[in-house]
Structure formats: structure tokens, C-alpha cells
Design a protein around this ligand. Sequence first.
Ligand code: AVJ
Ligand code: FE
Length: 429
Amino acid sequence: MTDLRLEIAAHLERARARTALLTDTVDEDDLTRQHSPLMSPLVWDLAHVGNQEELWLVRDVGGRDPVRQDIDELYDAFKHARSDRPALPLLNPVEARAYTAQVRDKVLDVLDRVRFDRGQRLVDGGFAFGMIVQHEQQHDETMLATHQLRTGPAVLTAPAPPSPRARVTGEVLIEQGRFTMGTDTEPWALDNERPAHPVDVPAFWIDAAPITNGQYLAFMDAGGYDDPRWWSERGRQHRQKANLTAPLHWIRDRDGWLYNRFGRVEPVNPDEPVVHVCFYEAEAYAAWAGKRLPTEAEWEKAARWDPATGRSRRYPWGDDPPGPRHANLGQRHLSPAPAGAYPDGASPQGVHQLIGDVWEWTSSGFHGYPGFSAFPYREYSEVFFGGDYRVLRGGSFGTDAAACRGTFRNWDHPIRRQIFSGFRCARDA
Ligand code: AVJ
Ligand code: FE
């Protein structure tokens, strides 16, 4: 086997081990139940992962006969809303596991025989396999969010993240100038990350670390949730309708705030980045602090631009793939790490924890870059352009390294907070 084949096989196996961890640790009832109307039953995610793998790798790349064409419709995310999925005649957990395993067997056979140089964008460099690895890892992160919403005793365990060697506070100045946003060269970059294009960015200050629980508590204690000065009109309406008073999963206790984290109740750690806030909460905090959220271009410039060479890096620390010393990714830990815990992952200018820990809300809507072309399917990105979404950057502790890089773009509705979302602030220089 070539290096690329081995590398892809290892990625596929790692994604499947994570899917197994998320679906084997709970019982049948937990797999088929709806833990929140915002989420699919876990057993839907499981078979959907197998079905996408079948569509792209078995049928399209491999040119093989379908395994289960009859179930395509059930697992098409555009055919049924998440809240309607429990009522569908889904494969049961035993069938779903058998189906995904059967697809995987065929995919490993396709992988053995495929030529990566047939001059097709879908196959060259292993793109279709990379897309499917990322797809499974993205659903694994979604399933991890479902675990966070599930009630009952804890089933997931992981060691605590590293402690900071030094406190990281304050802001970093990013000077005015042009940088290259997006990419033409990342082999597994998805269509919305392309093409690379120059962007002129005025000088701005950006927080050296994500906003922590301690900082967010100061906003809460100052009456931030009730003060209309800090909220946009839509934010204010949503705050009232949803009765927002604290991040999701926080519990008020006599002596302070507790956090229900994957079924374990623990005190809110003031040094950890705040997580499970919606865009409007992030926006209100920033206004209270006399700042604003960064634009997507500002975030990416802070994360990738190297002032010494003028080049855009793959990651804040350089071009090396993320390792455990760089960033809190891949569900190695079940929480964000305290600010300052990853000095080796900082940017050349000293911006920390841009990758990993928490997804960071930006002020930007989700649009195609100039010269965008949908690939390989419009439903991955294009159909969401111009909708009511905000872009999130950088990945969370629940994002795998395969689905995270300096150019990666996530998006969600501004009211969502079941995702692992936090933020940092910026301001004009
Ligand atoms: C990029 C995370 C918004 O989960 O809706 C999964 C990824 N696309 N299956 C999502 C995705 C198709 C997507 N996000
Ligand atoms: Fe999907």
C-alpha cells in the first residue's frame, strides 16, 4: 500500500473508533431516543455516516452496486428535519452497525484498488476519502453534543486538559495590510475554503485568548443579560423569548455556578473558555466590553498570517499537522482547556488557542469566496450561502484534527448554543 492509502485507512479507522465510542457507550433506548429536538437520534447519525460513505465511495468512486439503495431517502439530511427523524422507520442499532460495517468493508476494497491520479478532482489526492473522513468526524462532534444534551449518569470519560504554564490575557495588534485568505493547496479543504484570494484588512486588536468563564461571569454579574444597551434588536428579542440568563448547561447553586458536563456536575472553572453561548450572547458580551466580534477575515489573518514572510500558514504555529502539544482537539479531553494551556500552538504574534477548545463566533455571515465553485455537491455549502447563519472558526475540543485547519469554516444559526461555541473579541486599532 502507498503512504496515501495507509494514511487514509488510518483516518477511516480512527473516525470509526470514535463513532463506536459514541454509540457503544449508551443503550438501545439512548440510541433511538431524541435527546433534544435540535438533534437526530444517535442511531440516525450512525447510519447516515454509513450512507454518505456508500454514496460517495462505494457507488461514485468505486463504481460498485448499491448496498442499500432503499434507505437513501431516510438518511438524506434535506428530506427530514432533525426533529422528525425519530418517527422514521430507521434501521435499528444492530442493523445500523451491520450496515456501516458492510459499507466500510467495501470501501477498504475500493481504497486498495483506486488510482489517485485519474485526473478527476473527486479522486485525485484522495479528496473523496478525505471528505468522508471529515464527514464522519463532523457527525461525531454532533453526536458528542447529543451526549452533552442527554440526561442520566455519565458514560464518557477523559483526562483533564493540560494546565496553563503562564496566564494569557490582553490583546494583540494585527497590523494593517493584505493577506491571503482561503486555500488552493490544502488537499482536503472543502469547497467553501477555496479559492485562495487576497483580502485587505485594516489594523485591529484581537484578544490573545478566548473569553473565559470568569470574564463572562463579570458580564453576568454586571447585569449584562438585562441591559438592553448591549443587545442587538434581534438579540434582545431572542434573549426574551428563550429567557437567556446564563450559558446553556449552567446550573445556579447557592455558592455560585455549576456546570453539567456530560453528566457530571462540577463548578464552573473561571479560567476555561466559556462554551455553549449563542451568537447574540457573544455579541452582547463584546458590546459590554467596549469591543466587537472579529470578522471572519480578521480571525483568519490572526490565525494564519506570518508577518515575517507575509505568507499564510496552515495553522497558527506553522504548517505541521496539529499534535497534542498544539491544540485541544479530537475529544482527547471533554472540556476546553484553560487560557494559556497551549503556548506551543500560539501564532507568531502571540494569539493563543485559535485552533481547538471552542468554536469562535465571528460577525460574518456565510458566503462563498470570490470565484467559489460548488464541489462536489451544492448541498455541502452553497445552499447555505446568504442564509441566516454566522461563521464559526477554529474548531472545539470535540473537533478532530482531520476536520480542522486555519481555513476551515463552520456555520450555524445565531441562536444555536448546543454546539461547542465560544468567542473572543476584537476592536479597531
Ligand atoms: C459544517 C457542521 C455545519 O453538521 O450541518 C454534516 C457538516 N454537512 N453533514 C453540519 C455536515 C453534512 C455541517 N456543518
Ligand atoms: Fe451529514
